[in-house]
Write a protein that binds this ligand. Structure first.
Ligand SMILES: [Zn+2]
Length: 85
C-alpha cells in the first residue's frame, strides 16, 4: 500500500523539471501541467550558498509523479534539446 501511487517521470520529463528547478524557475509538472510541485528540501530565499550536494526531490501532488536529482551532478546547459533523446 502507498508505494503503488509513486510513479517515475519519463526521462525527458524528469530532465525538464530538474532543469527548471536548477535554474530556479517556476515548477510546472511536465506530465500533467500542475503547479503543485512539492520540492524537498524547500528553497530558501535567503540562503546564499546553494546546497549542491544534497539530493532534491520533486513530487507532483496531482499525478503523483516523482523525480530526484543532485544539483551538483547536473551539468547540462538549460538549452537542452529534448527531442534528441
Ligand atoms: Zn503532475
Amino acid at each position: 500500500m502507498g508505494r503503488r501511487g509513486v510513479k517515475e517521470y519519463r526521462a525527458p520529463e524528469a530532465l525538464q523539471l530538474i532543469l527548471a528547478d536548477r535554474d530556479r524557475q517556476d515548477l510546472v509538472c511536465p506530465s500533467c501541467g500542475s503547479e503543485d510541485i512539492i520540492r524537498t528540501p524547500k528553497r530558501r530565499v535567503r540562503k546564499v550558498r546553494w546546497e549542491a550536494d544534497r539530493q532534491v526531490t520533486l513530487h507532483c501532488t496531482k499525478c503523483g509523479r516523482h523525480a530526484a536529482y543532485v544539483p551538483k551532478a547536473v551539468t547540462q546547459p538549460s538549452e537542452v534539446e529534448l527531442g534528441s533523446v
